[in-house]
Ligand binder design. Structure first.
Ligand SMILES: Nc1ncnc2c1ncn2[C@@H]1O[C@H](COP(=O)(O)OP(=O)(O)OP(=O)(O)O)[C@@H](O)[C@H]1O
Ligand SMILES: [Mg+2]
Length: 466
């Protein structure tokens, strides 16, 4: 039976606890408030979950807690990690889940949201390098504390890591999904995400005993993303068709293009990358993290000490940009945020110009081509309107009216004047040459009048204007 609000459960000492509001239901269990314990919540496993393994895993977690106490800042308690505080049972004493400290989810955001700069700005999340360095340092500190106890996150990725928006402290949830070291047993993690999976695990997965190498790799990817405007260290510009288009494929092929050496010939760095404005020590760490020798990967401890030196304001390793007060850069290095801004503005301008040219070209091609059209070359990117040559237009209304009146009159005159003259000429006994010429002219005039009336007048009067 799935757990419901209002139900009574028991803690490890058989003390009754009442389930409050359901906070959220996930893939493994449902998280409820606890009426008697306002600072804790209960995660109760779904009936489909094999609780026998979880019971042993939870006991191991309770025996070997990481050294990550709550932090107080300006009177506010920040839970760093939702580590189990006790086992929970139903009324018959069956194991059903565990209690853990309640985390103020509303005060936190996940790291995925901070990586996309536009989204971060829209949500009021930090975008400056100093804040990102602090987040990276805090994440490394948290992992170093877990690793000291030989616990590993394994499915480490920005979406699974939350942080307090005000203090930039990290908050970790879903710890029962980590790989946990028990007294003589390792409890593996259930999931991985291939965009953050080390090259050596892409094919065969992460085996017991190899989890730290995986966490070290995923941490380095996240640090790179935090310090390089969300850019994944295996993104870039492929130079030939053999380069995999997906990140896992590139990770498996060790195609890291931001190294200090000759770089990778098959994958070139993304032009928006700020890696060249990183200090030497940072570049060295990334080169070690993304080399083809997993043994060289820096530990969380090493990352923590380097990143803390950047994040600490007093160290002066990060300075304010002279051009844009919202930017920060590594001391003695150019401002990567400025370079990126210029590059993005130029590329937006170029895209706009290309779109305008495309539209104009499309309009140009859509225009009907009449016979006799003059081809007009576009001038400075603007196509002149193309004028098709028109056939000669029939006359206007005034001329048509005149013709409609004059035509029949002319015909009437020619008939009434010409016909008697012709008859007179034929009847004359001895017509002169002059009479014959007059007659010929009158006949021609008559023919013209008939032609005009029968053909031209109807055409001109009734003809359509184009
Ligand atoms: N300690 C806590 N305090 C407050 N809310 C919590 C706490 N732990 C978990 N939650 C809430 O409950 C949700 C589910 O918790 P959790 O991720 O542990 O469950 P899950 O079943 O393992 O989920 P998934 O399938 O995502 O791994 C979290 O996303 C969070 O919103
Ligand atoms: Mg889970």
């Amino acid at each position: 039976m799935p757990a419901r609000s209002g139900e009574t459960i028991q803690d490890a000492r058989r003390a009754p606890l009442t389930l409050g509001r359901l906070i959220k239901s996930g893939g493994a269990g449902s998280v409820f408030l606890l009426k008697e314990r306002p600072l804790e919540v209960a995660k109760l496993y779904h009936p489909s979950v094999d609780t026998r393994v979880y019971e042993r895993k939870l006991k191991a977690m309770l025996e070997l807690s990481p050294d990550l106490p709550d932090v107080q800042e300006k009177g506010v308690r920040h839970v760093q990690i939702a580590w189990p505080t006790g086992l929970l049972h139903d009324r018959s004493g069956r194991f059903i889940g565990f209690s853990m400290p309640v985390l103020d989810i509303a005060a936190t955001s996940d790291l995925e949201h901070v990586l996309q700069e536009r989204q971060a700005r829209a949500e009021g999340l930090p975008t400056a390098l100093g804040a990102k360095a602090a987040l990276a340092a805090n994440l490394a500190v948290m992992l170093a504390a877990l690793h000291r106890r030989q616990h590993y996150v394994v499915d480490l990725k920005p979406l699974n890591v939350r942080f307090y928006r005000k203090s930039l402290f990290i908050a970790m949830l879903d710890c029962d999904g980590f790989s946990i070291q028990g007294k003589d047993e390792r409890f593996p993690a259930g999931q991985v995400t291939t965009d953050y999976l080390a090259p050596e695990f892409q094919q065969r997965g992460v085996k017991a005993g190899q989890e730290e190498a995986q966490d070290r790799f995923a941490l380095a990817v996240m640090v790179f993303q935090l310090l390089n405007s969300g850019l994944h260290p295996y993104s870039g510009r492929p130079q030939d068709a053999s380069v995999p288009s997906d990140l896992p494929g590139r990770i498996a092929a060790n195609l890291y293009p931001y190294g200090r050496g000759r770089g990778n010939m098959r994958l070139q760095p993304s032009p928006v990358s700020g890696h060249q404005a990183f200090p030497e020590a940072l570049r060295q760490m990334f080169d070690r993290a993304f080399s083809d020798r997993p043994g060289q990967r820096p530990s969380a401890e090493e990352w923590a000490s380097l990143l803390q030196s950047y994040a600490r304001r007093s160290a002066g390793m990060l300075v304010k940009c002279g051009k844009d007060a919202s930017h920060q850069h590594f001391s003695g290095m150019p401002c990567a945020a400025c370079a990126r801004k210029t590059l993005l503005a130029n590329s937006a301008r170029a895209t706009k110009a290309r779109a305008t040219r495309k539209t104009t070209k499309a309009q140009h091609q859509q225009r009907p081509r009449a016979t006799g059209t003059r081809t007009v070359q576009p001038v400075q990117g603007h196509a002149m309107p193309v004028q098709a040559a028109r056939p000669a237009a029939p006359p206007g209304l005034g001329v048509r009216l005149l013709m409609a009146i004059v035509g029949p009159l002319l015909l009437g005159w020619a008939i009434s004047w010409g016909m008697p003259a012709y008859r007179g000429y034929k009847a004359a006994a001895n017509p002169s040459w002059g009479d014959a010429m007059m007659m010929g002219m009158q006949g021609g005039l008559l023919l013209f009048a008939v032609l005009l009336f029968v053909v031209f007048v109807p055409v001109l009067v009734l003809g359509k204007r184009p």
